[in-house]
Design a protein. Structure first.
Lengths: 478, 450
């Protein structure tokens, strides 16, 4: 297997966006013919096509969910190009051509100059070649037998693995957006960590440069075999502008016996302008299955972008003694709406889950925590701790908490706490007295409020996330 | 489903008969209100578990049974049997209702002070008393709950209490609802209206007692209007038959600097759903809700509370404790809504649940909806079994395991009972809870011996 990976890595990149430019636009709309066309273009095997078609037929029967505490203009699903090769970004000659506002954000985030160029789409100097960096990483991964591929390549290289696990956590019929994704997903990541292997580095979409552009319908599948460990970072703290308004991704995690998966997300997609125009609809289904005994799945997310967020990373605690964790910071400003939270389903014995959610609302935004803790009949000795805190900045925003607690086993212990409060005026005053500006004071206080979650992020991400918070809340005081 | 539709149609045709004979002599405003309500009910029908607000409580038991209106049936009940449910304090201000209808001979209103009106609702709806027309059906929203719509459509009798300005009632007013179904499934729709004018103060005890162990259905709505500076203590004890169904809405509406404290104790009925809605619509208003549920067998109790903070500087406290034994199931939904502009809101909500056996189940949904920034809102929920360590500690002191369990369980429940300011009521409930816990222990012992 290892050699297969190596071989793949050493060969020039053949299948990416770049080779399929211009001619590859399928007509607007969604029907079986379009799905067949997508599948054909990607050279997929018959079983995957059937899987997609099945998902599509189910999608037709499903209704778009309306229970979330968000309001948006209805999406016309027949007016979308479901497979359009992205336009080749216009190469800029130097940073001076980049929007100065974007540059300002970069420097606030503390992104190195060369990295700024890459993100802004400026031609990269020969000295700093991120491709070569990525290649070094890939070699190291291959050494350990870790498979880390774009999804469509994984389908070709490791069909047996993909077929075994695809849809086993989020079935194609799971919900409206998951079904849509299953029918039309274009790409994403596939990670497979073999038995007993501790992945030598943090995996990140950031380094998966051959498929770095965020797909509209992304599909991620991570499998950790017995005793394996992997930490995966998704997204980027740099602002992402995208022409596609609707994003419906699906993430599936499978942790077998004694395995551990740590999944961190920083999401900062375009939230729309100050008046709430534009912005991305982010409707994501993320779910992890702690299938084996003593397995562990940990979700950490920092959500600052998107006009609308509909996202509930969940854990199915199937194996005995398995552990699920959810750490979240959701920041909304201006007209953003976020309805996010988690589901912890305790199925096995002595399963444990922890939920720490911090919501910060500012401007005219609405921020909702919605979570479910379900302890099934056979989950003897299950334990849950949930804490949801909300902070309000300004009097036109809203913060809401909707936890659902369902306990069917009397030996289970669960606790839930939630608080909502205003940012302390006396705290801001104290900071100002010490010479900090009101904005810096708010940023500092909010960072302190979110500290429990940031602690869970990988080091370099944590620093960026803190800066990101400050930027997201800009203009929310005074 | 079709069965439920059948039953729905039955109530609609029942309504036609009901408004045509006997109830036809009512004032026009009341008839209009009823018509609107039945229209509402016939358009929505009974809720199902697909309804978000009814997700954890199936009312199929109610929706699929054809209950007959308990109209005009007056089983003769000996005065002695009635009196045993009456507290000594304020025994001269008791309103007794048999199968939802006010019974003048069993009630005693001699102790009601001058100016205070305490009587059957039926006596005042036709009397032209403006207070009734002004308030009845204005607070409990029939659009929120099909059962409220049904109650409004069929409202005929219940308690009416009016306390004029600056009048303070020392002893509690007791409202006693007794049901004796007489062998066939009947439904009663008691409808109560409580009005406290400026600066008035009163405590009211609303008890629902089943006299026979039968299947029947009580669908009760209580509306309370509490004006500026007034204080209302409302106690509600639900001891229906363990076959019975109980659906209820308690709706309060508060003005400036008023205070409402509601303590509800749920012990009876097979299926009970109690919606408590409190609206704080005046600065400085305070509201506290306390609830204790102690159930066993396959009983099901659902509390659905909504506190609306519509004005600034209001406070609310909410404590609900549930004790579930055997296959009992408890549901709690606590919504706190802070409207835009309701600054300086202070709200605290706690829901604790004790699961005493394998088959017991509890669901808890605390919800905060906040549209103002200068607020302090918290909620907390816990679910779990009796603490093993505490149990062990008591056993090491020579206390039998069952007794120790009951001691700890009682200690959990007494937090709520301690909120009751009427000593006699508290004592009686204390005894009841103890007796029920002892029963449970006896059953467990017997089971262990087999």
């Amino acid at each position: 297997m290892t050699s297969g990976v190596e071989q793949h890595i050493s060969q020039p990149y053949k299948y990416g966006w770049s080779t399929e430019v211009e001619s590859d636009v399928v007509p607007v709309g969604l029907n079986e013919a379009i799905i067949q066309l997508i599948s054909e273009k990607k050279g997929e095997p018959e079983w995957l096509l059937q899987w997609r078609l099945n998902a599509f037929r189910n999608w037709l029967k499903l209704k778009e969910p309306t229970w979330a505490n968000v309001r948006y203009e209805p999406v016309d699903y027949q007016a979308i190009h479901y497979y359009a090769a992205p336009k080749k970004p216009k190469k800029l000659e130097s940073l001076s051509e980049v929007d100065p506002k974007v540059l300002e954000t970069f420097s606030k985030l503390g992104i190195p100059l060369e990295e700024q160029k890459r993100l802004a789409g400026v031609a990269v100097d020969a000295v700093f070649d991120s491709v070569s960096v990525a290649t070094t990483f890939k070699e190291k991964l291959a050494e350990h037998g870790v498979i880390f591929l774009p999804f469509s390549e994984a389908v070709r290289e490791h069909p047996e693995l993909v077929r075994k696990y695809l849809g086993s956590v989020v079935p194609a019929t799971d919900n409206f957006f998951a079904a849509l994704n299953s029918a039309v997903f274009t790409d994403g990541s596939f990670v497979y960590v073999p038995e007993g292997v501790r992945c030598p580095m943090e995996l990140s979409t950031y380094f998966r440069i051959n498929a770095a552009s965020t797909g509209q319908f992304e599909r991620t599948l991570i499998v950790a075999e017995e005793g394996a460990y992997v930490s995966y970072l998704e997204g980027c703290s740099a602002p992402m502008r995208d022409e596609n308004q609707l994003h419906a991704a699906v993430v599936e995690l499978v942790a077998l016996r004694d395995a551990e998966i740590k999944y961190s997300t920083v999401q900062n997609w375009y939230p729309g302008d100050e008046d709430g125009k534009g912005g991305i609809y982010n409707f994501v289904t993320k779910r992890g299955d702690c299938r084996g005994e003593n397995s562990k799945i940990s979700w950490t997310q920092v959500e600052t972008g998107s006009a609308i967020t509909w996202k509930y990373p969940s854990c199915l605690l199937t194996g005995d003694n398995s552990i699920g964790e959810f750490y979240s910071v959701a920041v909304t400003n201006n007209h953003q709406q976020a309805d996010t939270g988690t589901k912890m389903i305790h199925i096995g014995k002595n399963t444990k889950s922890t939920i720490v959610s911090k919501g910060v609302s500012a401007g005219k935004s609405q921020n909702t925590y919605r979570g479910q803790v379900k302890i099934m009949k056979n989950a003897q000795g299950a334990r849950n701790f949930s804490q949801c805190d909300s902070m309000l900045i300004g009097d036109k925003c809203g913060a809401h908490t909707f936890p659902y607690i369902d306990v069917r086993n009397s030996s289970a212990i669960m606790e839930h706490e939630a608080t909502t409060s205003k940012i302390g005026e006396d705290q801001i005053f104290y900071c100002q007295q010490r010479g900090l500006s009101a904005e810096d004071a708010v940023s500092m206080i909010v960072n302190g409020f979110c500290k429990e979650v940031f602690r869970e992020l990988p080091m370099e991400f944590a620093v960026e996330a803190q800066n990101l918070l400050g930027i997201s809340l800009e203009g929310s005081v005074g | 489903m079709t069965k439920a539709l059948d039953v729905k149609d039955k109530y609609v045709s029942d309504f036609e008969a009901f408004s045509a004979n006997g109830e036809s002599g009512v004032p026009q405003w009341l008839q209009a209100l009823r018509n609107e309500a039945i229209e509402r009910f016939s358009s929505v029908g009974f809720p199902t578990t697909r309804d978000e607000r009814w997700r954890f409580t199936s009312v199929a038991r109610v929706a699929e049974t054809k209950f007959a209106l308990a109209n005009g049936e007056r089983p003769s009940i000996p005065t002695a049997e009635v009196r045993q449910h009456v507290l000594e304090c304020g025994s001269e201000q008791v309103l007794v209702f048999i199968n939802g209808r006010y019974s003048e001979e069993l009630s005693s209103t001699g102790g009601v002070p001058e100016g205070v009106i305490a009587c059957g609702l039926r006596q005042v709806t036709g009397s032209g008393l403006e207070t009734v027309e002004h308030h009845l059906g204005k607070y409990a929203r029939m659009t929120d709950n099909p059962f409220t719509a049904l109650s409004t459509a069929f409202m005929a009798d219940g308690a009416f209490l009016y306390v004029p300005s600056d009048t303070i009632l020392g002893d509690p007013i007791q409202l006693l609802f007794l049901t004796a179904s007489g062998g066939r499934p009947v439904v009663t729709h008691p409808r109560n209206l409580i009005c406290l004018e400026r600066g008035a103060a009163a405590s009211v005890i609303e008890s629902h007692v089943g006299l026979v162990d039968d299947m029947y259905w009580t669908n009760c709505v209580t509306e309370a209007v509490v004006r500026d500076n007034a204080r209302l203590h409302l106690y509600r004890v639900q001891r229906e038959s363990e076959q019975a169904n109980h659906t209820a809405t308690t709706q309060s509406y508060q003005s400036r600097d008023s205070n409402v404290a509601l303590t509800t104790v749920e012990l009876g009925s097979a299926l009970s759903r109690h919606d408590i809605n409190a609206v704080l619509d005046g600065e400085g208003a305070e509201c506290s809700l306390y609830g204790l549920t102690q159930i066993q067998g396959s009983q099901h109790v659902d509390h659905h509370t909504t506190i609306e903070h519509a004005q600034p500087h209001c406070s609310s406290w909410e404590f609900f404790n549930g004790i579930y034994d055997e296959k009992a199931r408890g549901v709690f939904t606590g919504r706190i809504v802070v409207h835009p502009g309701a600054q300086r809101t202070d709200s605290k909500q706690t829901n604790n649940n004790l699961l005493l056996s394998e088959g017991a189940r509890a669901d808890s949904q605390p919800q905060l909806e906040i549209y103002a920034d200068d607020v302090k809102c918290t909620h907390g929920a816990t679910l779990g079994p009796i603490d093993d360590k505490a149990l062990f500690y008591l056993q090491t002191r020579g206390i039998d395991a069952e007794v120790a369990r009951n001691l700890l369980t009682y200690g959990f429940g007494v937090e709520i009972l301690n909120k009751i300011a009427v000593a006699e009521l508290r004592e009686r409930l204390d005894q009841l809870v103890h007796a029920r816990l002892d029963d449970g222990a006896a059953r467990r012992r017997a089971k262990n011996q087999c």
